[in-house]
Design a protein around this ligand. Structure first.
Ligand code: NZQ
Ligand code: ZN
Length: 441
């Protein structure tokens, strides 16, 4: 059966080289006079992008107030700071210069300025947003898709509660996207971004509603494109064409296009949000560490979807007599892809150590809100199922692993042997169960 849908994607996308030069006019067109320029920890300053933005806004005759310092997995404390500053300066437009964290912080400030109560009420379920200040984006990392999504994910500092709120009110007025601005991304962020983009589509592709072949075809093309382009930009960070493919895919993956006629699952996202809240890990990397375990946990009941994914997305040959094996080959293929781009496939690879039982208890307790809520749609998961998946993801299913720690070293683990290798070494997964690194130390 096909699900009815209401597709709403009001964000104007201005895509291409030098697109940031249109910012001043865009802000004015959407009613801005006094702009809060919101950004992260320094990448936009270092790349010179912020200076371009400042100049454009100045040339357009706009007043500007700045607030930087948004951290990945953005914090409520920064949102409060932005609300205070925005009210004091009477800002009427917020321009987010950055990625999902900066955009979500901007959205939360946009909700908070006109709201009389505590803005966290929206994440606590005590109230629903009634309005939001207009928001524009200069995107620097394709990943979260927040530039076109209705979602806003914030972490409350106290208790590290990471939660999302969905409302069309926060959808951005415009998103300026220049793929050249993503050339400076560290390889790990590029890979985590590609993983997150794919996951936004996979969270909609794995569905009980199987009649929407057009949506399936769009989703499958998007997934194949992101995999192909991610492998290329890992080697050629300044490849405009492939940076552009990923950037556009990032927006389409989370603007609900791949949900038309299907249904969001987002269980892997909910499980991951607890990991990134507790350990501060990169969201996309957390998703890679969990998805293979989620997939193996639910696949038996939804075999045809997993076979379709294996064949149409991962290029696996269909073994008609053994659909379970075809489905498993699809999961193995995406694990190989994650490894090829330096993503983890289990929690040990993600954290660089094994997660403890107490930590899993905490994750389950927070994800299920003390056993009071379930997650997922294709397969509904309660506290027991969440625990099973975290347990499976502890070490994953593969007999060997390699993972990165920090930004410039790789470690290769094969059974009990741990060996340090340099990032520049050419590590090739030759087959499941064995890897080889050329030029080992
Ligand atoms: O802070 P700076 O210095 O800018 O560095 C950032 C940050 O460290 C860096 N970076 C960004 N652009 C760069 C760059 N470094 C060099 N060159 C550039 N051009 O990248 C790091 C990660 O940035 P962040 O904004 O955190 O990445 P992302 O876009 O992945 O956002 C992650 C957040 O979005 C949430 C995640 O949970 C997480 O909190 N999500 C939001 C969603 C939404 N609103 O729709 C959906 C997602 O599923 C996700 O949950
Ligand atoms: Zn995501």
């Amino acid at each position: 059966m096909m699900k009815d849908f209401n597709f709403y994607a009001p964000t104007r996308v201005v895509f291409g080289r030098e697109s940031e030069k249109l910012i001043g006019n865009l802000v004015k067109e959407y009613g801005g006079h006094h702009v809060l320029v919101h950004y992260g920890g320094g990448s936009a300053e270092r790349s010179g992008l912020l200076n371009v933005v400042r100049q454009q806004l100045k040339d357009a005759g706009l007043d500007v107030t700045e607030l930087g310092g948004v951290v990945p997995n953005p914090l409520l404390s920064k949102v409060y700071e932005g609300i205070g500053l925005g009210r004091k300066s009477q800002i009427d437009f917020i321009l987010a210069v950055g990625g999902g964290s900066v955009i979500d912080s901007a959205k939360a400030i946009g909700y908070g300025i006109p709201y009389d109560g505590d803005v966290w009420d929206f994440w606590d379920g005590k109230s629903k947003p009634a309005t939001c200040l207009p928001i524009g984006v200069v995107l620097t990392i394709p990943a979260a898709g927040s530039e076109m999504s209705s979602s806003c994910v914030i972490t409350k500092d106290e208790g590290l509660l990471k939660r999302g709120v969905n409302s069309d009110l926060c959808r951005c007025k415009f998103a300026v996207m220049n793929p050249e601005r993503t050339y400076t991304l560290p390889a790990y962020q590029t890979a985590a971004g590609a993983t997150d983009i794919m996951m936004h589509t996979m969270e909609r592709y794995f569905t009980k509603y199987e009649d929407m072949s057009l949506t399936d075809a769009i989703a499958e093309a998007l997934l194949r494109t992101v995999m192909d382009s991610a492998k290329i930009v890992m080697k050629e960070p300044q490849n405009y064409r492939h940076r552009a493919q990923i950037m556009w895919a990032g927006s389409l993956a989370h603007n609900d296009l791949t949900e038309c006629g299907t249904e969001k699952d987002f269980a892997t996202h909910k499980l991951e949000h607890e990991l990134s809240a507790l350990f501060g890990v990169t969201h996309g990397a957390g998703l890679a560490a969990l998805w293979p375990s989620w997939a193996r946990y639910v696949k038996a009941k939804h075999l045809s979807r997993f076979v379709q994914f294996a064949v149409n997305v991962m290029g696996v040959t269909n073994d008609f007599a053994h659909p379970e094996e075809t489905a498993e080959q699809g999961i193995l293929a995406i694990e190989r892809f994650y490894r090829e781009i330096g993503m983890p496939t289990n929690i040990r690879e993600l954290l660089g150590r094994e997660i403890t039982k107490e930590e899993i208890d905490t994750l389950v307790d927070k994800c299920s809100r003390g056993g009071t809520i379930t997650i997922g749609a294709m397969e509904v998961l309660g506290a027991k199922e969440m625990r099973d998946i975290y347990e499976m993801a502890k070490l994953g299913a593969l007999p060997y692993s390699f993972f990165s720690v920090g930004s410039d070293r790789w470690y290769l683990t094969a059974r009990k042997r741990i060996r340090q290798v340099t990032r520049n070494e050419d590590i090739t997964v030759t087959s499941i169960g064995s890897c080889k690194a050329s030029n080992p130390q």
